[in-house]
Ligand binder design. Structure first.
Ligand code: AHR
Length: 652
């Protein structure tokens, strides 16, 4: 290039830069002007046993319907259309000429909470008869792992006189081709009158994705069995929950866990209301209940395990208590006012269970279960999506008063009703609730429009708890719209105290909540949605204070920014969310600091608007981390359809 041409070229380039700087989008961040302190509990989790999130999900039990307590639950939510019945997930087996019958019986119950059991009548001495369990879409078994197997067995007095001797019980695990992976036999045994527990550890010789467990008896007899269980020894910290799922939750670094649900807590009718006391102790003593999402709850994941999970996650426990009114969306019923005291006492007892000394009734129960130290419960949620009915308005204040009198140190989280119009918010504020729970299940445009929802919120009222929300889809554009909304949450992180995406977990092929769930899984795999990554990136990069910023030449509400400071590391955190399908250059000006590190960390979540992660392609949308040059003034190329988080180390 000759000198003349070079001169012309440089003139064009510099003119282009000046022109583009003149119209460029820019942001000035005032590091010395904090606006609000962000709640330490801004990002947490909401867990509910929906989509087989507990039984068949987080709870590691591999046997479905282990105690034969299933009964028909008809519902439009039953997406599989299966008819649950007491032998659901069990197959009858008669081999090598055995003859007889098998049926579910309620005579000789294992205990009052588990009345049904399986009765097997073998009418000859040939072969073997019994049952196989097919688990949840098959039983996954891994070579090298160990599995605790147990069941209870009994004969009834008079059924088998004289006492039967010398017969056999066999149990084995097999793969999808019928190849036996491990086997155990009890021979020359006497089956006792009354219930006896049998146990064994299985070690599969190879892995299978779709195994079965079989329990067989040999010889002419009339025998009963119940509570057939197969649980891997390898669970998260040995606490009985699936390690891969708990790890996915822990990786979100949640500040709290709201549990055990929304609708399942107040239930379909009062009989179906969640009773935390029925979920403690030996699993065979827990009282199973039908789940209003059209399946069953074994409560193997019960209140003790929920508190333990909170400890394992480092999350504040947020139990949801029913308030004497059942779900208005299902079967609406109320606890009569003259019986309310018992329900309130049950709720108050939970605080003693969590926090009471070992010399208190419920503190001792906690200690006997293995946890003498308190669980340090600080919050209790009263109700879920309650509506402003006369019955609720009569009952709610009685609950609130009882807690405020007995446990003034517990922060109460009220409910503002379903949806975003929050008719109960003022009422909850007047009752002295710490915060009030509001839920949104809306399309992406709602989240984009509502990024300013809290900008002019009345700071004298109760704080806002967004206990459930999702944008009705798991495409990247859904996740991006949720991210845009969260920039507004951070800007108002003083009044928005807690947020949680919902629902959390969904088993492929078993979903009742069809549009969007945060984490999907099958027996072997956990699939994280783009929405999960938005939650994770906001949670891990929250910061402590929001910083004042000024935007120039902005591109409308499809592009949003949050600017915060992590005080311990002196980092300015810039979150830029772009719901447009075009890239642009953002000029970033850092004010109120003297020094800026030469390099910053940039995390980018991007893709096509409709991209998502699936069982077949679980890693299509994933955050990528890179290093970028930083200074007091620098440019960032904002990607189309993206969330980008920049961490810049600053100094005085
Ligand atoms: O998250 C699913 C359901 O949505 C919850 O159970 C309920 O609170 C809400 O309506």
């Amino acid at each position: 290039m000759n000198m003349r041409l070079l001169k012309i070229y440089l003139t064009i380039v510099s003119t282009t830069i000046i022109i583009s700087y003149g119209t460029a989008q820019s942001i000035t961040i005032h590091a010395d002007k904090p606006t609000v302190n962000l709640s330490p509990n801004l990002y947490g989790l909401f867990f509910e046993d929906i989509n087989f999130a507990a039984d068949g999900g987080l709870y590691a039990e591999l046997i479905q319907n282990r105690s034969f307590e299933y009964f028909p639950v008809y519902s439009t939510f039953n997406s599989k259309g299966h008819l649950l019945e007491p032998m659901y997930a069990w197959e009858k087996k008669f081999v090598d000429g055995a003859d007889g019958h098998i049926y579910v019986s309620r005579s000789l119950p294992l205990n009052a909470n588990n009345p049904s059991n399986l009765e097997l009548v073998i009418t000859n001495n040939n072969g073997y008869a019994g049952v196989s369990n097919t688990g949840y879409d098959g039983i996954p078994l891994l070579q090298g792992e160990k599995y605790n197997f147990s069941f209870y067995c009994a004969i009834q007095k008079g059924d088998n006189e004289p006492m039967y001797q010398g017969k056999k019980i066999q149990a084995y695990i097999e793969d999808e081709n019928g190849d036996i992976l491990d086997f155990v036999e009890w021979t020359n045994d006497k089956i006792n009158i009354g219930w006896t527990k049998y146990s064994h550890t299985f070690s599969p010789k190879h892995s299978t994705k779709k195994g079965k467990l079989t329990l067989l008896f040999h010889g002419k007899l009339n025998v009963k069995f119940d509570m057939v269980s197969l649980i891997p020894q390898n669970t998260y910290r040995g606490h009985g929950l699936r390690s891969d799922l708990v790890t996915a939750l822990k990786d979100l670094k949640p500040a709290f866990l709201r549990f055990p649900g929304g609708c399942i807590v107040h239930g379909s009718g009062i009989e179906n209301t969640y009773n935390w006391k029925e979920t403690l102790g030996e699993v065979e003593q827990r009282k199973p209940k039908w789940n209003l999402w059209a399946y069953h709850q074994s409560f193997g994941l019960g209140y003790y395990e929920y508190f333990q999970l909170c400890e394992d996650l480092g999350a504040e426990p947020l139990p949801v208590m029913p308030v004497g009114v059942s779900c208005g969306w299902m079967k609406y019923e109320c606890v009569p006012l003259n019986e309310l005291d018992n329900v309130i006492q049950d709720a108050l007892d939970l605080v003693e269970f969590a926090n009471g000394g070992v010399d208190t009734k419920w503190g001792k129960i906690r200690a006997d279960l293995g946890h003498p130290e308190p669980f340090n419960l600080k919050y209790v949620c009263l109700g879920n999506e309650e509506e402003d009915t006369p019955e609720l308005l009569e009952r709610f204040p009685i609950f609130a008063k009882a807690f405020q009198n007995k446990y003034p140190e517990i922060k109460l989280l009220g409910t503002s009703s379903p949806g975003d119009d929050v008719p109960l918010y003022d009422y909850m504020s007047k009752l002295g609730m710490w915060s009030s729970d509001e839920h949104y299940y809306e399309d992406p445009s709602w989240y984009i429009k509502n990024q300013t929802r809290f900008d002019k919120w009345d700071r004298t009222k109760a704080k806002v708890f967004i206990g459930e929300y999702a944008s009705n889809g798991i495409k990247l554009i859904n996740a991006i719209s949720e991210a845009i909304f969260l920039t507004g949450v951070e800007r108002n992180g003083d009044v928005v105290d807690m947020t949680a995406y919902a629902p959390l977990l969904a088993r492929y092929g078993n979903t009742q909540w069809e549009k969007a769930n945060m984490i999907y899984f099958n027996n072997e795999k956990v699939v994280l949605t783009p929405n999960y990554y938005v939650q994770q990136l906001f949670s891990l990069n929250k910061g402590d204070v929001s910083l004042k910023n000024e935007l120039q030449n902005w591109l409308g509400d499809e592009v949003a920014v949050s600017t915060t400071m992590d005080k311990s590391s002196n980092e300015i955190i810039v979150k830029v969310v772009n719901a447009k399908s075009t890239a642009f250059t953002l000029q970033i000006n850092l004010e109120g600091i003297n020094k800026v590190a030469k390099e910053g960390k940039l995390i980018t979540l991007k893709g096509e608007r409709n991209d998502t992660n699936t069982e077949q392609d679980p890693n299509k949308v994933k955050p990528v981390t890179s290093v970028v040059k930083t200074a007091k003034k620098f440019n960032l190329l904002v990607q189309p359809n993206s969330l980008q988080i920049l961490r810049v180390v600053s100094g005085k």
